[in-house]
Design a binder for this molecule. Sequence first.
Ligand code: DX5
Ligand code: ZN
Length: 229
Amino acid sequence: MNFYSEYFMPSNGMQCKNIVSPSILSADFANLQSEIQKTENFGAAWCHIDVMDGHFVPNITIGAPVVKSLKNKVKSKLDVHLMIENPDRYICDFIDAGADIITFHIEATSDKTKKCIEMIKQANGLAGIAIKPKTPVSAMEEFISLVDMVLVMTVEPGFSGQKFMPDAAEKIKEVCAIAPNGLIIQVDGGINAETAEICTRYGANCFVAGNFVYKNSDMKSAIESLLCV
Ligand code: DX5
Ligand code: ZN
């Protein structure tokens, strides 16, 4: 895991088992910088940025300018989750904006999957492939040795605050069975202390959480429960 240690280490120096990536979709957008800094103080090493285009998913959120304005204003690694069609057309914008980790959906790339991975790797970013709840692991299997991370979605992408889908989480076990050493296995959707516990048993080591972190009256305990689960 040495290669990733810079990526794993929270800026508060805390030792932990997992990466926590709070999703800013549930944060107060009027105070984004301070919202993210709060999560850093409690041990979150990443900041999850959900990019939606209104086509791949039925919602529109944020784009590269927001990533650019956060770069160097927060310590967190910028973990960009592209829920967009034709990700190959936009990856460069997010790299230029300062994204550290870029994940795109296998359902959106058709024959351009390898190209997307190469674009991210050439810029020294970490590359991730995401699968929606109904997409089998076999759909991304041939690319698993080329990426740094696999994102298993445990809700239909598009909105925060949805209910965790246990059947989708089961796929984490399949990813683990074929994962090269050091692969980051991220899970996203309906994550809280209980659902993270299930996912960690299956082999996940990176937790995205929107409502559980940002809408929690005890953000510190929420983040700590995910770091150490
Ligand atoms: C859903 C997004 C998630 C979402 C998670 O499409 O990819 O990152 O913000 O929110 P919660 O943790 O509230 O389900
Ligand atoms: Zn996400």
